[in-house]
Design a protein around this ligand. Sequence first.
Ligand code: ZN
Length: 345
Amino acid sequence: MNNGGMENEISDLEDDVARRAAVSRTPAELEAIRTEVFGRRGGRLSRIMATLPTMPPAQRAQVGLQANQAKKRIEEALAAAQERLTDAEMAVSLGHKYDVSFPGTAPRIQPIHVLRRTLNDVAEFFRHRGFAIVMGPEIENEYYNFEAMNIPPDHPARDSMDTFYLPDGNLLRTHTSPMQVRAMLRYPSPLAILVPGRVYRRDALDASHSFTFHQIEGLQVDRGVTFGHLKAFARDLCRHLFGPGRRTRFRPSYFQFTEPSAEVDVSCGLCDGAGCRTCGGSGWLEMGGSGMVHPKVLREAGYDPENLSGWAWGLGIERMAMLRHGIDDIRVFSENEPAALDQIA
Ligand SMILES: [Zn+2]
């Protein structure tokens, strides 16, 4: 047999198998083709392979190579046909409801949301210092949101809170502070709690404001608690979250439920204090309000302000996450754009 004849036979075999496998209708039909080609006795390709040792070396190498390539392609054609038959069989058993040959979509594994991770880090810091984590209701009544926090009815401070009121007279809490009184009513002193949660304000949405955001209320009440404790906790927390290079400062402020009161600021990580769009050119970013718990609030909760004192703060989780990750737009957190969150992760 000459070389060209053998080459033609192999390529004819390949074409023949490809054509028949493509239109095969049952697994048995495929198995018959497989035997016809690869069968030990009389298989068409097996026979060609068997003649190889009788060929001159040059021809043997060439025909052997071609036969091996044909073997590979025939196996692929049979495997593809097998897959097609299995899919068709499945489609029949599913009642033709699903196109099982349609490519699948890999499930998306989303990392833990950046706000949750920030919250977890703050919680870890305080847990190691003996604080308990408590949760409060997002729907509050006026008493806990305002009156108990020393904000009487008709007080102008209520306007500045821009409250969402519900038809039944309740409201969406404007801060996590209502849990101060709720916790003090429930637990005896000494008290050290952390209250993470969502709060609501009727703010217009822009790069640094949202109608909803998250706070972490910290509260420590005991004998002899001073403003010095508050400053130390704020400084250590900032170092824990942002690194030893970051500075904190306290700005005198005024809240109805603390006296004295202070805004806690941390140095801007984007410009390192030089001033940029995120920090409004000041070089500092507000983390939230703080101060010594007002004696009226302690008394409202049944604690004796003559013997007990405490500090409290409500820090913004979004602000902390923005600081840590150099994010300059608060809307990133609630839009939940996967590509944006991946960049933060
Ligand atoms: Zn800045």
